[in-house]
Design a protein around this ligand. Structure first.
Ligand SMILES: C[S@@+](CC[C@H](N)C(=O)[O-])C[C@H]1O[C@@H](n2cnc3c(N)ncnc32)[C@H](O)[C@@H]1O
Length: 484
């Protein structure tokens, strides 16, 4: 597909950037470690570690917020504010901003090329709540159904009629039901969790009740929905699809293989890769044993932190082994932090939590250095958000949890600001990591699909402003069909 050369080069840039020691250190270090008495920051962090503009009054945004404003909307940061940020820091933030795939809904996911700013989406299309679904889920299901309708229509026009869909990791099967009801498809919904599968069945019943109660007629059912509860791996997935398609035998001639399309919304960790591996295996297997053939796939991944350890590396052979922190931070979407006042408040609170917990770690370590203190190294655990309303209330709860008198412990605002900046950098580096993961998957597939007649594309299926941060679908379909 089009951007191939530039995509390879962009993936190399991402790789080189992430694996310079200055950047790698952000992932190798936990914020709590920064308050340790012996901690020595790398020399290259000096610009921000020692940065504390004196004329930066208390009515102004805090240091990390100023950096975030510059990162997300540099054109809106006035010259006075801008001049507070050292040039070296601005250049570093500019590089980070430019090293992420463009994620605007309705476009192909692509390197930024000429675009220097990735604005948060302005027009949020939140679908009306569909029975039982949150607006976010309704948006995801609606967009996926719309998109698949288009793709299936194009496949049909090219002579490939796909009516069988396997929804892998279906959860409560919202998408499965929508595909059956809106597009009249035969759907196999798979999940390993009884709770999810039982929930899916309950929702099916309650949906019928609501339709009856509202006097609406059941739509004529041309499609069907089957549930299976099982752990999915490449082997079990092939088997369960094989068993399922045999139940449709009568409607197919013996020799005809049923074209099957795989879908997965938010397939956690290695599940995404297992679906794609199954697809590739079935595509290339010429044994003829199978009663079905893979016609396409649409997979939106999530929870990179749940990747099996052998999948925490580059699929295209680039020299990378992700640390746990890389995979955790890949879930961040800092361009969306101001999408609502609630989200902005939540983010501010999370920065305060990170910083105060790190300060507390340092305070307890100090105690341990001068007196016997059994709680050194122990964690505070979960506490109510209201505890973070004030430093004294935080110390009060910490004192109770640890059985220490911490009431007079100092709130070191200098250190607090540093921890927040450190956390800011970890968060904004997250989309760079995710860009690497997504593009790496695409280029791996592109290579695997050579001579198979299939192609791959990354599509920004959802609007991140609706809260769907993992918005990119990996779409595999016959190369003869132009994908939108
Ligand atoms: C994030 S949820 C998404 C659910 C649904 N697709 C949606 O978008 O609402 C992921 C689902 O995948 C299921 N899952 C994860 N790994 C699985 C595996 N290896 N085998 C079967 N199900 C799995 C989980 O139980 C969960 O229901």
């Amino acid at each position: 597909m089009e951007h191939t050369d530039s995509e390879d080069a962009f993936l190399d840039r991402l790789h080189n950037f992430l694996y310079q020691s200055e950047v790698e250190r952000f992932f190798a270090q936990h914020p709590n470690g920064l308050t340790s008495r012996d901690y020595v920051p790398p020399a290259s962090w000096g610009t921000w570690w020692n940065w504390n503009p004196t004329d930066h009054g208390s009515s102004n945004p805090s240091r990390w917020e100023l950096l975030w404003q510059y990162y997300s909307e540099p054109q809106k940061v006035d010259s006075d504010q801008r001049s507070l940020i050292p040039g070296e820091l601005r250049s570093f933030i500019d590089s980070i901003r430019d090293l992420q795939l463009v994620r605007t809904c309705d476009f192909e996911t692509r390197p930024p090329s000429t675009i220097s700013v990735c604005p948060a989406s302005a027009d949020v299309r939140v679908e009306e709540a569909i029975h039982g679904m949150s607006p976010k889920k309704a948006h995801e299901v609606t967009r996926t159904v719309e998109y698949l309708k288009e793709v299936l229509g194009r496949l049909s026009a090219s002579g490939l009629h796909v009516q069988h869909i396997v929804d892998v990791g279906a959860g409560q099967a919202y998408l499965s039901r929508a595909l059956r009801d809106s597009l009249g498809l035969h759907v196999l919904a798979l999940d390993w969790s009884d709770i999810q599968s039982d929930g899916a069945k309950r929702r099916e019943k309650s949906k019928k009740k609501v339709s009856k109660g509202q006097g609406s007629k059941e739509p004529p059912q041309t499609g069907s929905l089957s549930y299976e509860t099982l752990p999915i791996n490449p082997r079990s997935l092939q088997e369960v699809v094989q068993n399922w398609v045999t139940t449709f035998k009568t409607s197919f001639q013996e020799v005809e293989k049923v074209p099957v399309l795989f879908v997965a919304l938010h397939a956690c960790g290695s599940l995404t890769l297992d679906i794609l591996r199954t697809f590739l295996f079935a595509l290339k297997d010429s044994s003829g044993r199978r009663g079905w053939r893979p016609a396409g796939a649409l997979v939106v991944g999530c929870c990179y932190n749940l990747l099996d350890s052998e999948d925490q590396r580059s699929l295209t052979g680039r020299d990378i082994k992700f640390l746990e922190n890389h995979l955790q931070m890949a879930a961040q979407a800092p361009l969306q932090w101001n999408r609502s006042s609630d989200v902005a408040k939540r983010i501010k609170l999370s920065f305060r939590k990170t910083a105060w917990r790190a300060l507390l770690t340092g305070i307890i370590q100090e105690r341990g250095a001068t007196q016997d203190c059994e709680v050194v190294g122990k964690r505070l655990g979960r506490v109510n958000d209201a505890v973070y309303d004030s430093w004294p209330s935080f110390l009060h709860v910490a004192s109770e949890k640890f059985g220490l008198d911490l009431a007079r412990a100092e709130r070191d605002q200098e250190a607090e600001g540093r921890i927040e900046i450190f956390q800011f950098f970890r968060c904004v580096l997250g989309p760079v990591v995710e860009s690497f993961i997504l593009l790496d998957r695409k280029l791996w597939l592109r290579n695997e699909l050579v001579s198979t007649g299939q192609g791959v594309r990354l599509v920004n299926l959802f609007d991140q402003a609706t809260g769907s941060a993992r918005n990119v679908a990996i779409v595999v379909a016959p190369s003869s069909v132009t994908l939108c």
